[in-house]
Design a protein around this ligand. Structure first.
Ligand code: GAR
Length: 212
């Protein structure tokens, strides 16, 4: 069974969806650790409730970002993890880390990448007058919110929408698409080769897998 490590910084709703999919044998993998860079991340409680080991790595205990990422990387390597899932991990990983685990790191980002990288994507989308927004699951490389796109989910933006309305709509989609992509990886259907994403040996388009 494939070993999965999940990195979080906050509430952990995506983590919870992946825990549930593992418990229900939809994902044929084992979450061997949940790692947080924030002591008060609610996701740590979710992990403990599911009897998953947790680990805390706080920046204040390291001289540099590289040193912190080497420590996290050594911990992950020691567990023999096959897959690293970033689920609301809000610290930029160093190139040392992303290259060390190249092709094994997934991230979810609340926008239709390459649009709206970084923070406050809902406000960014509103300010830009967009009529749709969404979420993207992608492989992680050394560029922030870069890396080959695997799957996107789109939602509409209506004229009276607030940030909270759009966030709720996007979040609902995130909780569907992230466990699905983790399943593809664990089932050996999903690969990253030379910076490109392949599903069942087929090169995915720059927007990822097309559901419809
Ligand atoms: C999610 O919406 C995820 O897309 C976002 O953080 C949230 C975490 O929520 N990630 C990023 O913005 C990464 N650039 P969660 O802790 O409840 O899963």
């Amino acid at each position: 069974m494939k070993k999965i490590v999940i990195l979080i910084s906050g509430s952990g709703t995506n983590l919870q969806a992946i825990i549930k999919a593992c418990e229900n044998n939809i994902i044929n993998g084992q979450i061997v650790a949940v790692i947080s860079n924030k002591a008060d991340a609610y996701g740590l409680k979710r992990a403990k409730n599911a009897h998953i080991p947790t680990a805390l790595f706080e920046r204040k205990h390291y001289q540099s970002n590289v040193e912190m990422d080497v420590a996290i990387g050594d911990f992950i390597a020691g567990l023999g993890a096959d897959l690293i899932v970033l689920a609301g991990y809000m610290k930029i990983l160093t190139a040392e880390f992303t290259q060390r685990f190249s092709g094994k790191i997934l991230n979810i980002h609340p926008s239709l990448l390459p649009k709206f990288r970084g923070l406050n994507t809902y406000q960014q989308a509103l300010d830009a007058g967009e009529t749709e927004h969404g979420a993207t699951v992608h492989f992680v490389n050394e560029q922030v919110d870069g890396g080959a796109v695997i799957l996107q989910a789109k939602v509409p933006i209506f004229p009276e929408d607030s940030v909270a309305d759009i966030e709720a709509r996007v979040r609902e989609q995130e909780l569907q698409i992230y466990p699905l992509v983790v399943k593809w990886f664990v089932d050996d259907r999903l690969k990253e080769i030379d910076g490109k994403a392949y599903l069942d040996g087929q090169l995915l388009s720059p927007q990822g897998y097309a559901i419809d």
